[in-house]
Each structure stands twice: as structure tokens, then as C-alpha cells.
Design a protein around this ligand. Structure first.
Ligand SMILES: [Zn+2]
Length: 56
């Protein structure tokens, strides 16, 4: 299965936040959505370019 946020392949059974690979990608996606809809500044711990490095 491929994560829609980071594009990494992962095993669905290992994820607690389907269809994302993990809670952090789910939160990133949620943050994006909030940004687009409400323009609320969201402090993110992970930049999109860093996701691959943070992933376990
Ligand atoms: Zn992901």
C-alpha cells in the first residue's frame, strides 16, 4: 500500500492511521487541509522533503 502523503510503500497491518503509513502522515495531511481551508498557521515538525528521513 502506498501512503498518499509521503508516497512511501508500507504494510497496511503496520499502520495505525490508514490510509496513511502512520499518524504523522495523517497529521500532515490534516494540517494541509486546514491550511487550505482556513489559512491557520500550523507549526509542522516535518517538512515534506524530510519525511523520507523521519520514516522508520
Ligand atoms: Zn506516509
Amino acid at each position: 500500500m502506498q501512503c498518499p502523503t509521503c508516497g512511501e510503500s508500507f504494510v497496511p497491518q503496520d499502520s495505525v492511521a490508514l490510509p496513511f503509513c502512520g499518524a504523522r502522515c495523517r497529521d500532515i495531511d490534516l494540517g494541509r487541509w486546514i491550511d487550505e481551508r482556513h489559512s491557520i498557521p500550523v507549526e509542522r515538525q516535518w517538512d515534506e522533503d524530510d519525511i523520507g528521513e523521519v520514516m522508520n
